[in-house]
Design a protein around this ligand. Structure first.
Ligand code: B1M
Length: 210
C-alpha cells in the first residue's frame, strides 16, 4: 500500500520511490493531509528516534529529509486552495543558527493553502534580517521556526530586535517548532504558538476573518 511505501521510502531516503508513491496516492484519491499525517510526518519522527538512539546518523537524516522534501513538492499544489484572495502577508523563517526547514516549509504551504501570501526568508535568518523583511514586506504576521533547543533563544533576540526597531506593535508574531511550547511563546511575548502546520493555518484563517 502506498502509505507504507511512502513511510519506508522516506526512511530509506529513496527520493524516486517517494515521488512515485505520493503521486500514486494522490491519483488514488487520498487527501494531501492524510498522506502527510499517516506516512510522511511519522517517517521523519522515526528517523529522529533512530538518531537519538544512535541507530542512524546525520547522512541518513539528510537523505531522509531530501526524500521528504521531494514528496512535499508533489503535495504542494494539493495543499493550496485555488482562487483565494490573499488574506494577508506572512513572512516566515527558520531562526539564526538553525537549518531545519521541512516543518517551516510545511507551515508555509498550509498557510498559503488558507489564502495567505507567504514570503519565505529561508533558514538561518538573523534578527536583523527579520527586521529588514518586516520593513520591506510590511507583513501582518511574522513566523519563526526553530528545531534546536539552542536556537530557540534566537526567537527571543528577534522579538527584542523588532521592539528596538519600533516594529513590534505592527505585527503578530507566531512561533513553532519541535522544542517550542506555548509557555515559551508566552515567556518571550509571542502572540501565537502553533504545535503543527495545520494549527498554524487554522489560527491564521481565524485571524484573517477576525
Ligand atoms: Co536535526 N535534529 N540536526 N537534522 N533533525 C533534530 C531536530 C533532533 C530533535 C534529532 C534528535 O536528536 N532526535 C536534534 C535536536 C536536539 C535538540 O536540540 N534538542 C537534531 C540535531 C541535534 C541536529 C544537529 C545538531 C546534528 C549534528 O549535526 N550533530 C544538526 C543541526 C544543524 C543546524 O540546524 N545547525 C542537525 C541537522 C539535521 C539535518 C540537516 C541532517 C536534517 C534537516 C534537513 C532539513 O530540514 N532540510 C535534520 C533532520 C531531518 C532532523 C529530524 C530527524 C527531523 C526534523 C523534521 O523535519 N521533522 C529531527 C528529529 C525530530 O524532529 N523528530 C532532528 C518533520 C517536520 C514535519 O516536523 O520540523 O517539527 P517539525 O515541524 C512541525 C512542527 O514543529 C511545527 O509544524 C511543523 C509541521 O507540522 N512547526 C511550526 C515548525 N515550525 C513552525 C513554525 C510555526 C508553527 C509551527 O509558526 C511560524
Amino acid at each position: 500500500m502506498e502509505i507504507d511505501e511512502i513511510y519506508e521510502g522516506i526512511i530509506a531516503g529513496d527520493m524516486n520511490a517517494v515521488v512515485e508513491e505520493v503521486t500514486a496516492a494522490i491519483e488514488d484519491g487520498r487527501t494531501a493531509a492524510a498522506i502527510l499525517n499517516e506516512s510522511m510526518v511519522p517517517a521523519m519522527t522515526e528517523i529522529g528516534k533512530r538518531f537519538e538512539t544512535g541507530d542512524c546518523f546525520v547522512p541518513e537524516m539528510l537523505i531522509a529529509s531530501r526524500a521528504m522534501k521531494a514528496g512535499l513538492a508533489v503535495l504542494r499544489p494539493h495543499l493550496q486552495a485555488a482562487d483565494v484572495k490573499p488574506a494577508g502577508t506572512m513572512i516566515i523563517g527558520t531562526v539564526q543558527g538553525d537549518i531545519h526547514d521541512i516543518g517551516k516549509n510545511l507551515v508555509a504551504m498550509m498557510v498559503e493553502g488558507v489564502g495567505w501570501q507567504v514570503v519565505d526568508l529561508g533558514v538561518n535568518v538573523t534578527p536583523q534580517q527579520f527586521v529588514a523583511a518586516v520593513q520591506e514586506h510590511k507583513p501582518r504576521v511574522v513566523g519563526m521556526s526553530a528545531l534546536l533547543t539552542t536556537t530557540q533563544n534566537t526567537m527571543r533576540a528577534t522579538m527584542q530586535a523588532l521592539k528596538d526597531a519600533g516594529l513590534r506593535d505592527q505585527v503578530t508574531v507566531m512561533i513553532g517548532g519541535a522544542p517550542v511550547t506555548e509557555r515559551f511563546a508566552n515567556d518571550i511575548g509571542a502572540d501565537l504558538y502553533a504545535l503543527d502546520a495545520s494549527s498554524a493555518a487554522t489560527q491564521l484563517l481565524a485571524l484573517a476573518n477576525a
